[in-house]
Structures are given as C-alpha cells and as structure tokens.
Design a protein around this ligand. Structure first.
Ligand SMILES: [Zn+2]
Length: 410
C-alpha cells in the first residue's frame, strides 16, 4: 500500500458522515460507522493489529514503540463527522492542479466562488493542487484531512522502522461537530499521556487555547391577566425578555468582537405573557472574564426587573467547557515539541487561540492534555471549503517529526 494523503482524503470525503444534533443515539448518526469501519480495515492493512471500532463509534489503534527506552505515549486524534450546517452527501471533490492564482469558480453551482478576497491564504498556494467541492456540498476537510494525515503518518512510521518513536495512540471520534465528540471516549483504554487533535486550519498553526464557555438560561415569570382588565397589573414576560435583550451591550457581541475579546450572545427566546425563557452563551478566554460577563448580564436583568415588581426570574449558569491553556501550561513540552516539529517540516510555527472549543479542550480537562495542530483546511462547514495537497503533505511531515521529537527528548 503506497497511498498518498490525497488518495486517502479523496476516499474519505465521499463517505457521508454528517452528525445530527437532534439525534439522541450514540453516535448521533449510524452512517459515521461506515467511515469508521473503512479506517479500521486500513489500519489493520497497515499492520496496526489492535485497531477496532467500539460500540460508541470510536476508532482506537496503537502504533507500537520501536525503541527500548520509555517515551511518553502521545495520541493523534481527529473526528470523523462533518458539520450539520451543510450537506455532506454526494461530495464530488474537484482538483485545481497547479493553481495559478485568482478566484475559483465551482463547477456545480456558478453562484459559489472561492474568492481570494475572502481567502487570503490562497495567496500562499500558487502552483499547489487545491481540492474543492463542486459547490453543492461541504468538502469535509474538517476533519477528514486530519484522518488522512494521521493515517498516512501512521503508515510512514510502520513502513520505516529506522525512524525511532515511542508508542503512539490513534483516536478517531464521532460527533465532534455537535459537541459530543468525547462523551463516550475511554481514556483509560486509550492509555495516552498527551494528545494532539489534528483539526486546525492554516499550515504551520498550533493552538493551545480555546474559549472558556458557559450557557446561561434566564426564566422570567410575569403577571398574566386578561388584557381587558390589565391596566396597572399586567407584566408581560415577553416584553421583559425584550427589554433584557435591548439592554445587551452592543460591543460585547460575536458580531462586534475578535481576537481575545469574549462576548455574551442570545441564542434562543421562547415566551408567553406569563413566562419567557432566554438562552445565552457566554464566552471568554479567562474564567474571570466569564464571571464578569455573567454578573453584567444579571445586572441587566435586575435593572429591567425593577420596573416589574410583580414578576420574578431565575438565572441559571451551566458550564460548557474551559480554556485548555490552563492545563497545557502545566506541560509546556506538548506545544514546544509541536512547534519544533512544524519547524522541521519546513514552516514557521504560529501559535494561536481558537474562538471556540475543540475536542481537545474537553480532553484536556478529562485527563488528556491536548493541543490542536493544523490540518490545512479552510472555509470549514461550507460549500467553499478547500484544502491543498501540499498542506496535507506538510501535516504528515509534522506528525512524523513530532513522533521523532518525543522519542529524542525522552
Ligand atoms: Zn473539526
């Protein structure tokens, strides 16, 4: 078997693995196992004899150590599902060979154009081979690029026993896109000390920081009364909810923040005269900043409620995930080794943060400290998604170097 990373990628993206947030099954869609089974077969063919798919839809495998000394066991992880945002059925990948620059018009839908103005990274892809969709589906580079890269690195390590490395665990998860990617993972069985999700974007990037995230649910009890007899008595919960939303600061919103600034973001409202419920997500890189934003939100609620003496509210905060940096900072070698691997693979490492969460943020708190390495894809979750063959090759080289570096430094 001499599959290139591109061969693998093109094989995986045509398998529909869309996850479904409305499903209560595990995995959320049975079809994710179609890809999982192929991955297990391919891992066995490479020679990883413990490869298996478990009943929850996770794929586990081990690349055994080929040295005598103890080396920390690391894990490479990527997810098999694609986002519910856009269809992942009947993906027809297109390859623009030897890209000459300029916008890329997609053949299956003339409305869909990958524009240089929206994708400045295209400027670094001249002469590369760029894989796109035909414009009617997403591509699924998020995260089938990660799968193809890990599989190709695994094959390289097995085929080249002179390349020294410790034991490396492979983990492929379902349902990452709906926030359930690590719900049923068995970290004891996995047996890794440190991990890398291969789920980032631009080549050379590594992320060791995610948002910290809470959900807030505010329930308002108003005073309901027949509108014909309501004067001076009615307190309409719908109007109270509207007043709260109206007072949200405009500059602490997703649409007005970037970089390291967090936000408060209403995601749902339901209401009647007597009862209204407001759902929010709150995001910040600092846990303290999260608390400040939640206090501000409750101040707004209190300020509004002062005008409605007969009404009451509850304010419920639920933790969603936490910034993985707090954990990763205790193990600086995770990021340092990855930066060195990126350098040895011919890139300048760029360390960054994610305005969101990854499987890694939860894994880090579950006991597997886990940074996120680039997979090379761009414009995720959309028909304009694209990735280059050359960036996938760079990822494979990075993973191989990373395996070597952990052995060298052990
Ligand atoms: Zn992803």
């Amino acid at each position: 078997m001499t599959d290139t990373v591109t061969d693998r990628f093109l094989r995986y993206v045509v398998i529909d693995t869309q996850s479904d947030p409305k499903s209560s099954t595990q995995p959320s869609t049975e079809k994710q196992k179609n890809l999982a089974r192929i991955l297990v077969e391919e891992l066995m063919a490479i020679g990883l004899t413990d490869a298996h798919l478990d009943e929850h839809g996770y794929v586990y495998a081990t690349i055994p150590s080929n040295v005598d000394k103890p080396v920390p066991v690391i894990c490479f992880c990527s997810h098999m599902d694609t986002a519910p945002d856009f269809t992942g059925a009947n993906v027809k990948p297109q390859i623009v060979r030897n890209y000459a620059g300029g916008d890329i018009r997609l053949s299956g839908d003339p409305q869909q154009v990958i524009r240089v103005s929206d994708n400045p990274e295209l400027g670094n892809q001249i002469a590369n081979d760029i894989i796109t969709t035909d414009g009617t589906t997403l591509l699924g580079a998020d995260d089938k690029a990660g799968l193809a890269e890990i599989m190709t690195a695994a094959q390289f390590l097995v085929d080249n026993p002179d390349v020294r490395h410790g034991a490396i665990k492979l983990l492929f998860t379902p349902d990452e896109e709906i926030g359930r990617g690590v719900d049923k993972v068995d970290l004891k069985k996995l047996g890794a000390e440190f991990g890398y999700t291969v789920d980032g974007e631009t080549a050379g990037h590594i992320e060791d920081e995610t948002f910290s995230a809470d959900g807030v649910e505010i329930t308002i009890r108003g005073v309901a009364i027949h509108p014909g007899f309501a004067k001076g008595k009615m307190e309409n919960a719908i109007k109270i909810a509207g007043a709260i939303i109206d007072r949200l600061p405009k500059d602490i919103a997703p649409e007005t923040t970037a970089g390291r600034d967090g936000f408060v973001h209403p995601i749902g409202v339901t209401g009647s005269m007597e009862k209204a419920t407001l759902g929010f997500i709150v995001r910040d890189f600092d846990e303290a900043g999260l608390a400040v934003k939640e206090a501000m939100l409750e101040d707004i609620v209190n300020g509004v409620m002062a005008d409605f003496p007969g009404s009451s509210y509850t304010f419920e905060v639920k933790q969603q995930y936490r910034n993985m940096k707090a954990i990763l900072d205790r193990h600086p070698e995770i990021v340092e080794n990855a930066m060195e691997a990126i350098r040895r693979a011919g890139m300048v490492p760029v360390r960054g943060s994610i305005r969101g969460g990854t499987d890694g943020s939860r894994l880090s708190y579950m006991g597997l400290p886990c940074a996120n390495i680039f997979a090379g894809g761009h414009a995720f979750h959309s028909p304009l998604e694209w990735i280059s063959r050359q960036d996938m090759d760079k990822s494979v080289r990075t993973l191989v170097e990373l395996a070597k570096i952990w052995e060298e430094r052990a």
